[in-house]
Design a protein around this ligand. Structure first.
Ligand SMILES: C[S@@+](CC[C@H](N)C(=O)[O-])C[C@H]1O[C@@H](n2cnc3c(N)ncnc32)[C@H](O)[C@@H]1O
Length: 202
């Protein structure tokens, strides 16, 4: 079985938490999107942060959530979920893209979030410079990974699945290099779950 398929099947197996979760809700609350803002969710999965953020930015003329999700199966789930929101609600733009080429014009985004994504991303320097390109001056980013180690009852430890957990200090240094300021690594838990996190302002 290919690694991509294996990972997708894991997402389906865990679709309850991928649908909505207290950690995503708390991450969105920490990002604090406001009515009318444009939020970017990178690696949105099944939309646990998307639909929480959407309720805060709209309905409004400008408010929208822009989604960058590279996985085609997850994109279908997002499309179905967006359809279920019905008309006359909040704009959710879906793009099958990832950190290597974010689907937004320069300085378009007020606030960007990625939850449980950075451990899938090898090139943090490109991710940081893409974020710096699309986030407008004064805009903010919040990147969060839960600590999936076995100590916390998860069954997908870094050792078993061969990924590297986010190092907030190193990622913060990449964000600084890319032009972000106010880099903050002080969030260590969200909704009672231990996390690695970095936030910054463009
Ligand atoms: C564990 S899921 C998290 C999904 C969602 N953010 C959540 O909190 O439920 C990891 C997500 O990262 C996405 N992903 C993997 N590599 C990526 C990349 N290079 N750029 C953007 N997203 C990526 C996957 O497709 C998947 O949607």
């Amino acid at each position: 079985m290919s690694e991509g398929l294996k990972t997708t099947l894991r997402y389906i197996k865990h679709s309850k938490e991928c649908w909505s979760s207290p950690v995503n809700d708390a991450a969105v609350a920490a990002l604090a999107p406001k009515l009318g803002e444009v939020v970017l969710d990178v690696g949105a999965g099944m939309g646990a942060s998307v639909f929480a953020a959407a309720k805060l930015v709209g309905p409004s003329e400008t408010g929208r959530v822009v989604v960058a999700e590279p996985n085609a199966v997850l994109m279908k789930v997002l499309m179905a979920r967006r359809l279920a929101m019905g008309k006359n609600r909040i704009t959710v733009e879906l793009h099958q893209d990832g950190f290597d080429g974010l689907p937004a014009a320069d300085d378009y985004i007020d606030a960007a979030i990625a939850v449980n994504v950075m451990h899938h991303v090898d090139d943090h320097a490109t991710a940081a410079s893409e974020l710096a390109r699309v986030v407008k001056p004064g805009g903010r980013v919040l990147l969060v990974d839960q600590d999936f180690g076995p100590d916390h009852g998860h069954d997908h430890s870094p050792e078993e699945f061969g990924y590297t957990l986010m190092n907030p200090e190193e990622l913060g240094a990449e964000l600084t290099k890319a032009g972000f300021a106010e880099v903050d690594t002080s969030i260590t838990e969200l909704a009672g779950s231990p996390v690695f996190a970095v936030s910054a302002t463009r």
